[in-house]
Design a protein around this ligand. Structure first.
Ligand code: ZN
Length: 67
């Protein structure tokens, strides 16, 4: 499982990152197909916390750089 420090997300504001499928909802399906673009530092903070919550629930998202 890959967990990134907050600065990893902050360094990618304005960029699109990818993550694992997690079979949560249609929005998550779309994100796992298309990636998600980090809008600003608040969004980076949100994604940082989200990866920790999912990891604690046993569903690592493994965020990574998009193509
Ligand atoms: Zn979802």
């Amino acid at each position: 499982m890959t967990l990134h420090p907050k600065k990893w997300f902050l360094a990618r504001v304005g960029k699109t990152i990818r993550r694992n499928e997690n079979k949560c909802c249609p929005t998550c399906d779309k994100i796992s197909k298309n990636g998600i673009t980090i809008r600003d530092s608040n969004h980076a903070d949100y994604l940082y916390n989200l990866q920790l919550e999912f990891a604690q629930d046993g569903h690592p998202l493994n965020y990574r750089d998009g193509k």
